[in-house]
Structures are given as C-alpha cells and as structure tokens.
Design a protein around this ligand. Structure first.
Ligand code: UD1
Length: 422
C-alpha cells in the first residue's frame, strides 16, 4: 500500500492549478441517465471517485468514455439495460445514491443499494427518500437495497420542505423533478455551488428550473431532456486545501481558477487568522508574512457557511496558532478522526462532543500517521509541511478519491512531498 512522506521544507512559492470539483462531477455524471442523447463534461477531475461513478453508470448500460487524459467525459445513456445499482460499487462511494432520482425519473423504477463512503458519520438516506416520495415515488428497503417505483411510470410534481438542507437529497430531487409531470418546489434546498452547477447543466439539457443557489428551487417538468456539453465548476474544497499550504508552510502561492464567491466564509477565517488573501485576475493568492497565526473559532455549516469538508485542514493550521481555537462540527457527528493523529504530531487538541478545542503549540513534529477519510488524510499532509522532521501518511487511497496529482501540485511550489510504495 502506498504512503506519502512529507518533510518541512520552508516557505512555498508559485502557482497551483485547481481542478474541476469532485462533488460537482459526481452529480453531473448521473444527469446523463435523464436523457438518451450524449452529455459531455469538460474540466473533469482525474480521481478514483470519478472512475467509481463511471463504473456504476456503465453497469446500468450507460457509455462513459474518458478523453483528453480524463479531462473530458463523454457519456451516453441511450441504451440503459439495468436498473440496479449494486452493493459492490455503491459501497465504495456514497455519491452512488445520486443515480436514484434520475433512474426513477427516466425509467419509473430503480433499485439502489444503501451507500458506503467516508466513515464520518451515519449518513442515512431518509431525506432522499422523503424528497422522492413527495414526487410520487414508492420506496421500500429490502435486503440492504432501496426498491423505488412510481405508479404509472412517471413522477408527478410536488412540493417538499426538507428537514435539513441535504446536498445529495437536493440533487436527487432536482434531477428527478426535471422529468416529472407538472411543477415541483423544494423548500429548504441546499445552496452549494455544486448544485448551481448541476442546474446550469440541466438547463442546457432543456430542463426548466429556477431558484438554484437559494433555499427554494422550482422545477417545471418537461417530457424529455436533450444532450449538452458542460464544464465542471472549480473545486472549492481542493482550492481551500491548497490555500492552506502557504498558510501553514509560509510563503506565497496563487491558486489558479480560485474565486472568492465559492469560498467566502473560509476566506474570512483565513483573514481573521492574519493571512494576506487576495483575488487576482487568474485566481486567489495567499501570503503568510513573518507573524504568528492568530487563533480563530470555526463552526461548520451548510453553504454559504464554513464547509465541513475544510474543517480538518483548517484544524491543521490552527494547531500552531497563537491562542485557543474552538472548532465546532455541526454537519457530521464523527468528523474529528484527524485530531488524535494531529496529536501524535504534538498538537494540543481536546475533543468534547461536536467541539474540538485546539490550543496552539509552537511547532508540530513529524510522525507516522494514518487517516480514515479523505479530508482527514490531506490535513495530515498539510500539517507535515511545517512539522519538524518527517511525516509519513499511510492509507493514501483516500487521497486518490479527491486530490488529483497532489504530490506534483505541492512539489511544484517547493514542498518536499514524495509518494512511496511498500
Ligand atoms: C455532500 C458532499 C460531501 C460533504 C457534504 C456536506 C458530495 C458527493 N459529497 O455529501 O463531501 O461533506 O455534502 O457538505 O457532494 N443526512 C441525513 N439523511 C439523509 C441525507 C443526509 O440525515 O438522507 C445527514 C447526513 O448524515 C449528514 C448531513 O445530513 O449529517 C449532511 O449530509 P448531505 O448534505 O446529504 O451530504 P452528502 O450529499 O452526502
């Protein structure tokens, strides 16, 4: 199994290009199931999660061709021949549940295994189920699979108020409602940029949707959707992760493709911590001068709040801040698995329920560490950038799910990072 070795190597300098968003691509890909015409995505990220989604779509009879080194995904669902998303694929990645809404909308039936994914909490499916039931779906759980069908074969427009603004349930509802008969309204919808990106793509396919990016999305169902070509939006989580590299190691790095509007709550916290963050014509520049990082309190929230997917990386920064920072996690109940690993590197962290109290120390020290999810793994690499000695991060398959060319991107700005196979 591969590991990544990181050695503190002084300030970083240069540019890092930011890829297309994993989480946007993972919801744009199942949108192909809504049409028998081709859907082409450009600016796709080269990640193992994208391969998993390709395999899932192929298992349903869709054609997925990866072009231009993986940057372009050409898909066609003119010949769907299987309506069951099998446990063997779904267990690898929770986002597999995003085939449920499109299959139900196009075929009137779907059987989808309950998902797996990161070990960061219970992550049930109740919000997806009630959202689709509001469109007339009948769903029951049998042998670990959700069996969904709709009487008469076509979903009907409906109004639904979600108990919590779930990203995935919003995506499933919106995709399903595009082909439903009549008008659908989703209240307390999630507002994440990846949902806006999905709606923009669906609109190119002929869907009639209003209100994306707000808490109320209205969809006027149409009889069929056509093909389209769509560029995947920039990955705000990869962006935030690499913004933290110069923040932790020192120096100045420009993140090419970065935009404040995707990540404002995070930018505010970096500025409060004393970093120089500015928007350029081509991206975002982060500069750390000579001074200490100041402690800041962080609470994860649904968009436009501070993203849970950047909480672990932010913790890596605050480990060496001046003073005490409180990090409150409100989205996932079990998302502090990186804390004990950071403590192995000398961090002073006290986790109580949903809050981690981080008391800054002068310096972290390299250590062998291991992470149990994608964002936790990368937080350990970031921490290693300024630690004394060598940090060895194992289980890097988590990183391959969400960070393309991580070693190359960090090396290009002067970090001492190496991947080794054992
Ligand atoms: C998406 C992102 C993930 C991110 C998360 C929150 C993708 C592929 N993944 O995941 O990276 O961390 O948004 O920003 O886009 N919940 C329920 N019942 C449900 C569904 C969710 O209780 O039916 C709970 C979950 O357990 C969790 C919270 O709602 O505590 C947030 O989940 P949700 O917004 O659905 O996240 P995902 O779409 O799974």
């Amino acid at each position: 199994m591969d590991s990544i070795l990181v050695k503190g190597n002084g300030p970083l300098k240069g540019q890092i290009p930011i890829a297309g968003a994993k989480n946007a691509c993972l919801t744009l890909m199942p949108a192909t199931l809504l049409s028998d015409e081709p859907l082409t995505l450009t600016n796709a990220p080269r990640l193992s999660d994208i391969k998993t989604m390709s395999a899932l779509l192929a298992s349903l009879g869709a054609e997925v061709t990866s072009l231009n080194g993986g940057l372009v995904l050409a898909m066609s669902s003119h010949n769907l021949n299987n309506l069951t998303a099998d446990y063997d694929i779904v267990r690898k990645m929770r986002a597999s549940n995003l085939v449920l809404g499109p299959l139900l909308a196009r075929e009137g039936r779907a059987i989808v295994s309950l998902p797996g994914g990161c070990a960061i909490g219970a992550r049930p499916m109740d919000l997806h189920i009630s959202a689709l039931e509001a469109l007339g779906a009948e769903i029951e759980l049998k042998d670990g699979y959700l069996h969904a069908k709709v009487a008469g074969g076509r979903l009907k427009g409906g109004v639904h108020n979600m108990r919590f603004a779930s990203v995935g349930a919003t995506e499933n509802f919106v995709m399903a409602a595009t082909l439903a008969k009549g008008t659908s309204v989703l209240k307390n919808a999630a507002r994440e940029p990846e949902i806006v990106d999905l709606v923009q793509c669906l609109r190119k396919m002929g869907a009639q949707i209003e209100g994306e990016g707000t808490s109320e999305i209205t969809i006027q169902g149409v009889d069929r959707l056509n093909g389209a070509t769509h560029p995947v939006v920039v990955d705000r989580i990869e962006l935030g992760t690499y913004m933290l590299a110069p923040a932790i190691a020192g120096g100045e790095v420009e993140l090419i493709g970065g935009r404040f509007d995707l990540i404002q709550a995070f930018v505010d916290k970096l500025q409060a911590a004393g970093l120089d963050v500015s928007e350029t014509d081509t991206g975002i520049t982060v500069k750390r001068g000579g001074g200490d990082i100041k402690a800041v309190d962080v609470k994860t929230e649904v968009y436009p709040g501070f993203p849970t997917d950047l909480q672990a990386q932010m913790m890596a920064l605050l480990c060496t801040a001046q003073g005490v920072s409180n990090l409150e996690e409100t989205i996932f109940e079990n998302r502090f698995m990186h804390a004990p690993e950071l403590m192995r590197m000398g961090a002073n962290i006290d986790v109580h329920g949903g809050v981690a109290k981080v008391t800054g120390v002068k310096k972290l020290k390299g250590a062998p560490v291991m992470a149990t999810d994608l964002r936790a793994s990368v937080s350990l690499i970031l921490a290693g950038l300024a630690a004394e000695g060598e940090t060895k991060v194992s289980r890097v398959y988590h990183l391959d799910r969400g960070y393309e060319k991580l070693v190359e991107k960090l090396s290009a700005v002067g970090a001492n990072v190496e991947r080794i196979s054992e």
